[in-house]
Design a protein around this ligand. Structure first.
Ligand SMILES: Nc1ncnc2c1ncn2[C@@H]1O[C@H](COP(=O)(O)OP(=O)(O)OP(=O)(O)O)[C@@H](O)[C@H]1O
Length: 266
């Protein structure tokens, strides 16, 4: 579904991605971990050309998106949904209008069609009852779920999540992770960059460890967290957890209480 081939990215003199190869199969949730500055976000942003790769190729749904002209980028981006740390909702528009806008503008759906799809997606993230609200009336977790509904409404083939919970208060993280978990159960192909290691253990099909612009190691959550091979991964895990590899991390023991929100059903 998504293939990253010999991807390199340089900012000026700095080689940020040195040669990344990664294949994400349809329906897979791939979780990307690694130290700050290792290139995780840059890799994700290259996957929908928010950053232009210096060399290498990206294939999405059998289309080589690195060959697409700038003119066709908007069409390509419809295939690749992206959810950011900040929610980027339009503050002057209702929740419903936020989820409808790109459908009407980019997909040329009629307003009734876009509204029906928006209501479906809001229902899936447990927020149909907030359709008429303005973004400022919602918690951060609810706003992020609206952002997810907005991306889903465009029928993407792949969803990319760049630190989707880092801007949230701890008690709001659970509701967003629940939606992501349900999306995965519904068969969405997802690539997630996040520091939520407990979520990676529970929900990822595969965990990819990046360091210094390379994919250093990848495997199932059991392999990565329970039996890391490389010294760099072992050292990273002990830094983020303060425990020996395989132990539950300090982050994990700081259990996220479930937010008192309606249970979303994707
Ligand atoms: N637009 C840019 N111009 C110059 N350097 C950049 C740019 N974007 C990222 N970088 C650099 O690329 C490196 C990788 O950044 P990136 O955000 O991809 O790392 P990351 O692994 O996602 O880090 P974090 O976990 O802190 O978000 C960093 O050194 C960063 O300063």
């Amino acid at each position: 579904m998504l293939e990253v081939i010999a991807l390199e990215k340089r900012f000026g003199e700095t080689d940020v991605l040195k040669s990344i190869d990664l294949t994400v199969h349809a329906g897979e949730l791939v979780f990307v971990i690694g130290p700050s500055g290792s290139g995780k976000s840059t890799m994700l942003r290259c996957c929908n050309r928010l950053e232009e790769p210096t060399s290498g190729a990206i294939m999405v749904d059998n289309e080589r998106i690195t060959d697409i002209t700038r003119h066709d980028l908007d069409r390509m981006r419809l295939k690749v949904g992206m959810v950011f740390q900040g929610f980027h909702l339009y503050p002057h528009m209702s929740v419903l209008k936020n989820v409808m806008l790109a459908q009407v503008k980019a997909l040329k759906r009629s307003k009734p069609e876009a509204e029906a799809r928006a209501m479906d997606m809001l229902d899936q993230v447990g927020l149909a009852h907030k359709a008429a609200a303005m973004p400022a009336e919602l918690s951060g977790g609810q706003q992020q779920r609206v952002a997810i509904a907005r991306a889903l409404a465009l029928d993407p083939k792949v969803m990319l999540f760049d630190e989707p919970t880092s801007a949230l208060d701890p008690e709001l993280v659970g509701s967003v992770l629940r939606v992501m978990k349900q999306l995965r159960e519904a068969g969405m192909t997802m690539v997630v960059v996040s520091h939520e290691m407990e979520f990676a253990r529970e929900a990822a099909d595969r965990v990819v460890f990046m360091d210094g612009g390379y994919v250093v190691e990848q495997g199932t959550p059991e392999e990565i967290f329970g039996a890391p091979k490389s010294d760099r991964l072992k050292s990273f895990l002990s830094r983020v957890s303060g425990h020996a590899p395989g132990a539950r991390s300090a982050e994990h023991s700081d259990a996220r209480p479930a937010a008192p929100q309606p249970e979303p059903a994707v």
